[in-house]
Design a protein around this ligand. Structure first.
Ligand code: FAD
Length: 285
């Protein structure tokens, strides 16, 4: 069992991992891609950069730095976290156990540019099958997504209804889907009255009682929702020790809001590491 699993290999996650390793803790970093920094090729406002760097260079340097210090950094997408006896982190490749988890997965879920989408959040649009699935027993369930995250949610939803339609919203279906209809054309509009009622696509109009959203990969807020961690304004709520309301579950960087900058993410990561170390040392072994 790891002392800490850090989910995210950006400035917050790697900074935390470097400190955690120095505390002689057994740490694993799981990351899927370049995060926010993959979207920029010009960073010049971070301390110690005499010349601008691309975002991917910054991330690659961070990962190299961590590995040089002996930190295990794996490129794996995290799909789910369970907290039973410790934390079980499920990825596309396997499962890992840890005493604590640090969420450093960057900014939260994208706002989908589908007309009507904003109108039905909380009124037929849900982000969590395990939280809300039972409300839709034997109902017409829509599920938006295309990959392993969607497939995970589908397995949960199958317990509640045989009537499920997966909408990939124009993306190719990546995951294997059984026991659900699949519509691959783009979703053009969501319609309803006070509640969501219909999903309109080029393949036709589909009546739904709910649309679960599991696009791409799960974000920190998706993990938090499933575990019952508090979220406010789409960011994870943490206390002054960077811990969520779930003991042992910490969060840092863009996923907890505030200034979206490398400097702040690095600072969060370092502070979270200090508090994780104290948390672990305070526990009877
Ligand atoms: C276009 C653009 C330009 C920017 N320019 C600047 C700038 O000039 N200066 C500056 O200071 N800041 C800049 N920023 C902001 C900066 O990129 C972020 O504030 C910073 O990267 C946040 O760090 P983070 O570690 O919290 O998250 P991120 O850097 O986003 O890292 C998130 C990590 O989580 C991982 N992850 C997410 N989900 C999963 C999952 N399910 N499984 C496994 N891993 C997962 C990702 O792979 C990634 O490794 C810019 C951002 C953008 C979008």
């Amino acid at each position: 069992m790891f002392d800490v699993i850090v989910i995210g290999g950006g400035p917050a996650g790697i900074s935390a991992a470097v400190y955690l390793k120095r505390f002689k803790l057994d740490v694993l970093v799981l990351m899927k891609d370049y995060g926010s920094l993959g979207k920029t090729d010009h960073i010049e406002n971070y301390y110690g950069f005499p010349e601008p760097m691309t975002g991917t260079q910054v991330v690659d340097n961070g990962v190299r730095q961590a590995r040089r210090l002996g930190i295990d950094v794996k490129r794996e997408e995290v799909l789910n976290i369970d907290n039973a006896d410790g934390f079980v982190v499920k990825t596309t490749q396997g499962e890992y156990l840890a005493k604590t988890v640090l969420l450093a997965t960057g900014s939260s879920r994208p706002n989908l540019q589908i007309p009507g989408f904003q109108d039905f959040i909380g009124k037929g649009i849900s982000y969590c099958a395990i939280c809300d699935g039972f409300l839709y027993r034997k109902k017409a369930i829509g599920l938006l997504g295309e990959g392993e995250f969607m497939a995970e949610e589908l397995e949960v939803l199958k317990n509640f209804s045989p009537n499920i339609t997966v909408f990939t919203h124009g993306k190719p279906l990546i995951a294997h889907v059984e026991g659900a209809n699949v519509v691959t054309s783009p979703v053009r509009r969501l319609e309803g009255d006070e509640l969501l009622r219909r999903v309109l696509t080029d393949e036709g109009t589909f009546s739904v009682d709910v649309l679960f959203v599991a696009v791409g990969t799960p974000s920190a807020t998706d993990f938090a929702l499933r575990m019952g961690a508090f979220i406010e304004n789409n960011v994870i709520s943490v206390d002054d020790k960077f811990m969520t309301n779930i003991p042992g579950l910490f969060a840092a960087g863009d996923c907890i809001g505030g200034l979206s900058q490398i400097a702040k993410a690095v600072s969060d990561g370092a502070h979270a590491a200090l508090h994780i170390n104290k948390f672990l040392r305070s526990k009877p072994s």
